[in-house]
Design a protein around this ligand. Structure first.
Ligand SMILES: *Cc1c(COP(=O)(O)O)cnc(C)c1O
Length: 460
C-alpha cells in the first residue's frame, strides 16, 4: 500500500515513511492510495481474537514483515487489563464497546500503544533516536507518555497548560517518573502550548537537529489502529444478533474515531449508519445536518476531550467527498483557513451523507443519561461515552443493533459522576493509587525560547 496526500502535492510513500512523516509536506493529510475490499474475509475474521483481527486489518496497509507486525501487535495490547481488549457489553438494548482497558483508561491507548511500539521498532532497525514533542489538554498526552515511557531510543516532552488540566489527568502524566519522560507545565493556556509546539516544528533546522517527532491525531497509524475495533465489535455483534447490518454511535471531537468507522464501512463491514455525537461544540453535527462547516467558539464542557471546533481529521473525509480531487480540496482548505467556513452543496430534501446521522448531547442530557444508566442497569458511563449513548438512543432502528463506543473509564471523571448520581462511585485502582504518588514536572513560561532551550538541553 502507498500513501498520498489529500492535497495532491506529495509523492506516494510507503507506510513506514507515512507514519514517520505525520503531516504531508504539502500541508495535507496522508491517506492510503486505495481502500481494500475485505467482504470475502469477514466470515473468517469473526472467528479471530482482537490481536488476530488487528493483524489481518493492518497487514493490508503496512510494509512490515508479518512476524514483526505480529510481535508489535502483541506487545501493544499486552498492557490491556481485559482479555478481549475491547469487549462488547450488552446494556439495555445497546451494545457498549469498552475501549478503555488500556494503561490510561481512555481509548487513545489503543492507537498510542501501537504507535509507540512502532516508532521503537523503526528506530532500532535504523539505529536512530527520536524526541517526541506534543501538547495536551488531557487524554492524548497521558496516553502518549504511557506508550513511550521506558523506551530507550525516545524521549517525550509533553506540554500542558499549568493548573488548567483536570488534577487527576495531570497526575496521570506527572506521576510517570521514567527518565525519558518530561512533563512541561506551561504558564499559559492550551492555545499557548499549541502555538509553541507549531513554532518549534516549523523551525526545520531545529526539528532535524533534534530529530523531533509527533504523536498527534492526524498520524495515519492512529486511524488504522482504530479501524480494528469496528471490525472486532461489528462482527461479534452481527454474529450474535444474526442482523444484516449494525449502527455505531461515536462520541466525536477530532473526527479520528468516527473516521476509522468510515474506513471500516468502505472496506466492506456492514455498517448502516454512523451516528456522530457531539457535545455543545457541535461544528461536526451542524455540518452533517446542513452541509456547512463553520467554526464557532470552543466552550468548556464535562466531556473535555470533545471540546474541539476544528476537527483535524475531517480533511480526510472531505477528500472523498470532493471526488478525491486534491486540487479542489486544497482550494477549499485555503478558503477555510481564511474565512473559517466551508460548505458542500446539498440537494433539497437530501442528506449531506446518507451514512452519517448527527446529533448533540448537551450537559444536562449527558448527566441525565449517566444517572439513568446507573439507576436502570447499574452501568456507569463516563461523560464522553454518555454523549454517544444519548444520541445513539435517539437513532435506533428495528433489526439493526446499536453499538455505542465507550471512550473513557468513568473513574477519570469523578465530578461528573458525582453530579449525575449524587454518589462517589467513580473509582479505579490505577487512579486511586495516584493520590499518594510522587510526581515530577517542569514549570516553564509560555515562551517558545524557554521550551526550545529545555528540549535542546534534554534531547537524546
Ligand atoms: C479523544 C477522545 C474523544 C474524541 O475522539 P476523536 O477521535 O477526537 O473524535 C472522545 N472521548 C474521549 C474520552 C477521548 O479521549
Amino acid at each position: 500500500m502507498t500513501y498520498i496526500s489529500t492535497r495532491g502535492g506529495t509523492e506516494p510513500m510507503g507506510f513506514q515513511e507515512a507514519v514517520i512523516t505525520g503531516l504531508a509536506p504539502d500541508g495535507g493529510l496522508l491517506i492510503p492510495s486505495n481502500i481494500p475490499d475485505v467482504r470475502d474475509k469477514l466470515d473468517y475474521w469473526k472467528t479471530l481474537s482482537y490481536q488476530e483481527v488487528t493483524f489481518e486489518v493492518m497487514r493490508l496497509f503496512v510494509d512490515l514483515p508479518d512476524a514483526d507486525l505480529k510481535t508489535l501487535i502483541d506487545r501493544s495490547y499486552a498492557p490491556f487489563s481485559h482479555p478481549e481488549i475491547a469487549p462488547a457489553i450488552p446494556v439495555g438494548d445497546l451494545q457498549i464497546v469498552e475501549l478503555f482497558h488500556g494503561p490510561t483508561l481512555a481509548f487513545k491507548d489503543i492507537a498510542l500503544q501501537f504507535l509507540s511500539n512502532f516508532y521503537d521498532y523503526i528506530l532500532q532497525r535504523t539505529d536512530r533516536k527520536l524526541n517526541i514533542l506534543g501538547s495536551t489538554s488531557g487524554d492524548t498526552g497521558s496516553a502518549a507518555i504511557h506508550g513511550i515511557r521506558g523506551k530507550d531510543r525516545m524521549n517525550i516532552f509533553i506540554m500542558h497548560p499549568h493548573g488548567r488540566v483536570a488534577p487527576l489527568q495531570e497526575k496521570q502524566m506527572t506521576s510517570v517518573l521514567d527518565a525519558n519522560v518530561f512533563n512541561l507545565a506551561i504558564e499559559g493556556t492550551f492555545d499557548d502550548c499549541q502555538r509553541i509546539m507549531k513554532s518549534i516544528f516549523n523551525d526545520l533546522p531545529f526539528k532535524t537537529k533534534y530529530a523531533l517527532g509527533s504523536v498527534n491525531s492526524v498520524n495515519w497509524a492512529r486511524v488504522l489502529a482504530q479501524v480494528v475495533y469496528y471490525f472486532s465489535a461489528g462482527l461479534y455483534v452481527l454474529d450474535q444478533s444474526k442482523a444484516r447490518a449494525v449502527r455505531f454511535s461515536v462520541p466525536t471531537g477530532n473526527f479520528g474515531d468516527i473516521l476509522a468507522g468510515y474506513y471500516a464501512k468502505r472496506m466492506g463491514l456492514p455498517i448502516s449508519q454512523l451516528i456522530l455525537a457531539t457535545n455543545e461544540n457541535d461544528i461536526l453535527a451542524r455540518f452533517f445536518n446542513t452541509g456547512v462547516y463553520s467554526v464557532g467558539d470552543v466552550v468548556s464542557t464535562i466531556s473535555p476531550s470533545m471540546d474541539i471546533q476544528v476537527a483535524s481529521n475531517f480533511e480526510r473525509y472531505l477528500f472523498y467527498r470532493v471526488g478525491e480531487d486534491g486540487a479542489r480540496l486544497r482550494t477549499m482548505m485555503d478558503d477555510f483557513a481564511r474565512t473559517g467556513s466551508l460548505s458542500l452543496p446539498v440537494k433539497k430534501g437530501q442528506r449531506v451523507d446518507p451514512l452519517f446521522t448527527a446529533g448533540v448531547g448537551r450537559t444536562a442530557d449527558t448527566l441525565a443519561t449517566i444517572r439513568r444508566y446507573h439507576e436502570r442497569y447499574g452501568y456507569l458511563l463516563d461523560p464522553h461515552s454518555a454523549v454517544g449513548v444519548y444520541v445513539g438512543e435517539q437513532n435506533r432502528a428495528a433489526g439493526e443493533p446499536m453499538i455505542c463506543l465507550a471512550t473513557a473509564h468513568p473513574a477519570k471523571f469523578k465530578q461528573a459522576i458525582l453530579d449525575a448520581t449524587g454518589q462517589d462511585l467513580a473509582h479505579h485502582v490505577l487512579l486511586d493509587r495516584l493520590k499518594d504518588a510522587r510526581s515530577r514536572c517542569e514549570v516553564l513560561p509560555a515562551e517558545v525560547k524557554a521550551v526550545r532551550d529545555f528540549v535542546a538541553k534534554h534531547a537524546l
